[in-house]
Design a protein around this ligand. Sequence first.
Ligand SMILES: [Zn+2]
Ligand SMILES: [Zn+2]
Length: 340
Amino acid sequence: MLGLWLEDQELSLRKQIPAPSLLTGEALIRVRLSGICGTDLELARGYYPFTGVIGHEFVGEVVSVVESDDSRRRESRNLVPFGDDKISGSNNWIGKRVVGEINAVCGECEQCRNGRPTHCEKRTVLGIANRDGVHAEYTSLPLANLHIVPDSVTDEAAVFTEPLAAALEIQEQVHIHPNDRVLLIGAGRLGQLVAQTLTLAGCDLRVVARHPLQQKLLTGRGIKLITEDEVQPRRWDVVVEATGSPSGFELARRALCPRGTLVLKSTYRGEMSVNWSPFVVDEITIVGSRCGPFAPALRLLERGEVDPVILIAKRYLLAKAVEAMEAAKQPGMLKVLLEP
Ligand SMILES: [Zn+2]
Ligand SMILES: [Zn+2]
C-alpha cells in the first residue's frame, strides 16, 4: 500500500508498504482522511526515534476484524495482544466509519490496572511508537480503541476528534470555574481547539495569538484576544501554554496568580532552564496534559458546539504527502489534511 514513511529523520512516499497485519481483537481500517499534527513534524525532526508510517489523526472505515487467536503476531514490533478476551459482535464493525484512540494498551500492567491506560508501560502508539500510523491507505488498531462516528459528523470534522479530545483533557484534569481568568498562550492547530473548548466553560478567556488568520478564526467565534504586552502579571488563575517555546513558558510564569495552575499542552524541544523558585513561593500547580477522551469530543462535534473544519488550511492527496508535510511546517499554518 501507499504510505508516508519515516526512517532516519527522512520522509519518503513508499508504494510497497505491506498492509498492517492484525493481532487478535484488532481491526484493519481503510483511511478516509488523515490530519498532519505538530507531533508528526516533531517526529520528522527526530524528537523521538521512530521508523515506519507516521500519523495518528484519522477517520476511516473498518474493512476487517480478527477475532481468533491464530492471527499473526508482530513479535518483532513488540505488540502485546489483548489476550483471550473475545470481543462480541466484532463483525458488526465492518463498514463502520470510525475514529481511534492512539494508545494501544496491554490491560495488564501497573498503569492499566490503576485506571491510567494512556500511560500503559507496554503501549504502542499509532504512528508514534512501535505501531504504523495513518498517513497511508490502511491502518490498524484494537477494536477497543475505536469509536463510531455519528452520521451527521462529516469526515472533515471527524478527522479532528483526536486533537479535540486532547484539548478536552485539560478540563478532565483541571476544574475550570466560571469565574476563572484563563489565559491561553498559542493559537495554532491545537491551541485553536483548546480555545474553542475552554470558552464552553464560561470562563473569562483570553488568547495570545500571533498570526492574523489565527486571530480571525478566534474572534469569528467570539473568543477574545490579548497581546503579549497586555497580559497582566500575577493575574490569571489558569494559564494554558500551547506554544512549546521557552518564551511562551516565561510569559505563562509571569501571568500566573499565586496558587494558579499552569497547564502544559506542548512538549519542549531539548532541555529548558527554568527558575523554579517563583513556582514554590507562589504555590503554583503544574499540570502536564496529553491525550484525552474521545466520546465527549464526538459529542461536541455532533452538537456543533465546536467547529474544527475552519482550521483546514490545505488538502493534499496522499501521493503528495511529502509536499504536504513541507506545507504544514510553514509558520502559522493550520491543519493540513491527506486523502488516500
Ligand atoms: Zn496529534
Ligand atoms: Zn498496560
